[in-house]
Design a protein around this ligand. Structure first.
Ligand SMILES: Cc1ncc(COP(=O)(O)O)c(C=O)c1O
Length: 453
């Protein structure tokens, strides 16, 4: 879910200023009076008022990205669902935006579904995923009457069928298929072995068996297929290859069962810019390759074009977000490296320790100055691997500075922890010169809320 981005920023003082980092910052980012502003809000002032560490989400960027997906997929075919993958970042305010932008919502746990219910999200626009949905979660899907469940294994299918039949309802399902095409950021790999905990492999006949089971089981209605070939994908031909494979499978399904595949969901995965040199594909090009690609393949095989779905997560929110920290200390180890310690770390951004992810950083109160030195941004946790940015070019940092890590809108807050009983940062949304809490900062009481002894 989170391979590192493409070329790394070289570990040199690159003399870039905030003006040179717009490709990784939210769309509304600007430098005013030497400071970084986002959504018309001065981030330095915001850090002082709301405290740090703090996630800042730019509402304009989120809405624009969702709207781009809707526009550039439906430009090529009328029936396309844009299903925002809530795992990237989820809050009640975010779900309301997803609903307002005419998108659907992907949930991957009962907890994410509970958020959708609480936010009043239209349940027929919810899709439930996961390779091991518990019976309780399946029951929650049925009780909420969600749009589709993406089934992942035979046991789950049988369980869902029995539970739906018992309730006297019919649940639409998509069968998750492992197409044997895995995206590698800049290319794809044909994985004959299909060694994945997700879905049913095509090559061993499991996917066809699963489709046939879904067609015949009571209580569930086979609606179509789902696949997801990876994340942080730069090479659009990876999608094209997977589409070729899966449309061929759709054709076989029709031939062998006489049942048409009404829906094809190609998952998420479009890459984003984490480093200033990264050049991900545009949503416009993605829409063309995926939607036109499906249409062309269907025409080639003489089958009806299905309803389609795409499931972007990272490419909606990654560049909409930044994390603000306060610099606590600057430790120079002569001849080795300089550590800039901040008031957060692996508890609010695990991606660096987990995937060796790389980020751009800048000092928000010196945003117009050149990044004239290199330092590693270290967290405050009891792990030497607790690094937020390795070898970051920075404007000479000093204690009290506001350090901004860019492109942290995806898979940071959603993967945050309370390691060292650190309270998780709050999330603020900025828009048109105003900021508001979406998720408030935790308190020590919150930390002990579930302790009973
Ligand atoms: C099934 C599925 N759909 C969509 C996504 C979202 O992917 P991304 O955030 O790369 O767009 C994921 C991410 O892991 C996923 O597993």
């Amino acid at each position: 879910m989170g391979k590192p981005s493409g070329p790394r920023t070289p570990a040199v003082a690159d003399l870039k200023t905030g003006h040179d980092l717009t490709s990784v910052l939210p769309m509304t980012a600007e430098i005013r009076d030497g400071r970084l502003w986002i959504g018309g809000v001065d981030t330095v002032e915001l850090a002082r008022e709301a405290g740090t560490a703090l996630y800042v989400m730019d509402e304009h960027t989120i809405r624009t990205r969702l709207a781009e997906y809707v526009k550039w997929t439906r430009y090529h075919w009328k029936d396309v669902d844009v299903v925002y993958a809530g795992k990237a970042f989820l809050s009640l305010a975010m779900i309301k935006i997803v609903a307002e932008e005419d998108c659907c919502l992907l949930c991957a746990s009962g907890g994410e579904l509970a958020y959708a219910v609480r936010a009043g999200f239209p349940m027929d626009r919810v899709q439930m995923h996961g390779n091991n949905k518990t019976p309780a979660e399946l029951g929650e899907c049925l009780d909420a009457r969600i749009g589709r469940v993406v089934v992942d294994n035979f046991e789950e299918m049988e369980r869902l069928s029995a539970m739906a039949a018992e309730r006297g309802v019919t649940q639409k399902v998509l069968v998750r298929v492992t197409p044997g095409v895995e995206a590698d950021t800049h290319d794809f790999i044909m994985t004959g072995a299909e060694d994945s905990k997700f879905g049913f492999g095509l090559n061993q006949g499991l996917a066809m068996e699963a489709v046939k089971r879904a067609i015949e089981l009571p209580g569930i209605e086979f609606d179509g297929l789902h696949m997801h070939i990876g994340s942080q994908i730069f090479a659009l031909h990876s999608f094209a290859k997977a589409i070729e494979v899966i449309v061929e499978f759709m054709c076989r399904i029709e031939r062998e069962t006489g049942v048409a595949v009404r829906m094809l969901d190609v998952g998420g995965g479009l890459g984003v810019a984490y480093g200033a040199p990264d050049e991900p594909s545009t949503v416009k090009d993605f829409g063309k390759v995926v939607v036109d690609g499906i249409k062309e393949e269907c025409e080639k095989h003489g089958i009806a074009v299905p309803r389609m779905a795409v499931e972007p997560g990272r490419s909606i929110v990654a560049n909409a977000g930044v994390t603000l920290y306060t610099v606590g200390s600057v430790k120079e180890i002569p001849g080795i490296r300089t550590y800039v310690a901040v008031d957060g770390g692996m508890s609010d951004n695990i991606r660096t320790s987990l995937y060796d992810a790389h980020y751009e950083a800048l000092i928000a109160n010196k945003a117009d100055k050149p990044r004239d030195m290199v330092a590693s941004v270290a967290g405050k946790h009891c792990e030497s691997g607790d690094i937020v940015v390795n070898d970051a070019p920075l404007q000479s940092p000093e204690p009290g500075d506001v350090l901004c890590v860019c492109a942290t809108g995806a898979y940071c807050q959603s993967m945050a922890s309370n390691y060292n009983k650190q309270v998780r940062p709050g999330v603020v949304f900025v828009r048109d010169g105003e900021w508001r809490w979406s998720v408030r900062r935790e308190t020590y009481d919150d930390l002990m809320h579930t302790d009973v002894g």
